[in-house]
Design a protein around this ligand. Structure first.
Ligand code: ADP
Length: 265
């Protein structure tokens, strides 16, 4: 992977998956969050502008309440997200504040991206927050998102956000080093794919297995997100979120992930 990708990008969207954000017991992984936020701070000190797209509200809700984890009723699921979102933002806020950085919460639905006026408002708010040194933290607004109007996974929410903002790079932090030719949890010989220049071709060539228990989107939605941002000339990286200093390490060429390069790059 070309290690200049992160170094050259000034506007970066970073998506954090549920399995990256949480520990095995389902609580928010504070060690991960401390290290992740330190990396964001370092990037900001280098003059980069950052937006975070964060999953994890539902799991944080379960961890906070200690019940409803098996509830299938949509209203309970939404209630869990509403409880967990507070917990999630509180965790981000506390750690960012230690570094003197403020955060802003933005909750979005698919409909917001379908209306030009709303999209413009999202854009303006993002620009204002970022101009003032505040880190926007975006999540789907689960309270009003039923299946029919859901973006459904934060990989795509991150892709929409990157495009609307005019981001220069989308980085997806997952529980896996990148995209493999087959599911590494089922195949010992799975090989990590370094660079992808044609997502359609890749889809035909690899086999996609089950996601982890906490994951929602899986590899399919990551490929869909890559297609979307690549179509706008924006590269995307999938990398292992829990590896310490992963973003810094990738930009130093010390760790790998999968890089999706737009064809005109
Ligand atoms: P996240 O919560 O970060 O969005 P997911 O759990 O939804 O992540 O998706 C990542 C998981 O997808 C990996 O942990 C892995 O088990 C599974 N997976 C299935 N097929 C593949 C593949 N070809 N390459 C990489 N991971 C795969």
């Amino acid at each position: 992977m070309d290690d200049r990708i992160i170094r050259n990008a000034n506007k970066i969207v970073i998506k954090v998956g549920s399995s990256t954000l949480t520990s095995k017991d389902g609580t928010i992984d504070k060690d991960f969050l401390e290290n992740f936020i330190l990396q964001v701070k370092t990037l900001m000190e280098q003059g980069k502008k950052i937006i975070i797209v964060s999953s994890g509200a539902r799991i944080a809700g379960v961890a906070t309440l200690g019940k409803w984890s098996r509830q299938q009723d949509i209203h309970y699921k939404q209630a869990l997200c509403s409880i967990g979102q507070v917990e999630l933002m509180d965790s981000y806020r506390r750690i960012f504040n230690k570094h003197g950085i403020h955060v802003g919460q933005i909750l979005l639905t698919k409909e917001d991206f379908d209306h030009s006026e709303r999209t413009l408002n999202i854009r303006n708010t993002l620009f204002t927050l970022i101009d003032e040194g505040v880190v926007p933290i975006v999540n789907e607004n689960d309270t009003i998102s039923v299946d029919e109007i859901k973006i459904g996974d934060n990989d795509m929410l991150a892709a929409y956000t990157t495009v609307v903002w005019g981001g220069e790079l989308l980085t997806i932090l997952s529980d896996i080093e990148g995209i493999y030719n087959c599911n590494p949890s089922e195949n010992e010989d799975a090989c990590l794919i370094d660079v992808v220049e044609d997502v359609d071709k890749l889809e035909d060539e690899i086999s996609i297995g089950e996601t982890s228990s906490f994951g929602t989107g899986g590899i399919k939605t990551k490929l869909k997100a890559a297609k979307m941002v690549n179509a706008y000339g924006i590269p995307m990286i999938v990398a292992h979120g829990k590896t310490k200093d992963i973003i810094t390490q990738i930009s130093a060429g010390e760790k790998k992930g999968t890089l999706f390069l737009p064809r005109n790059a």
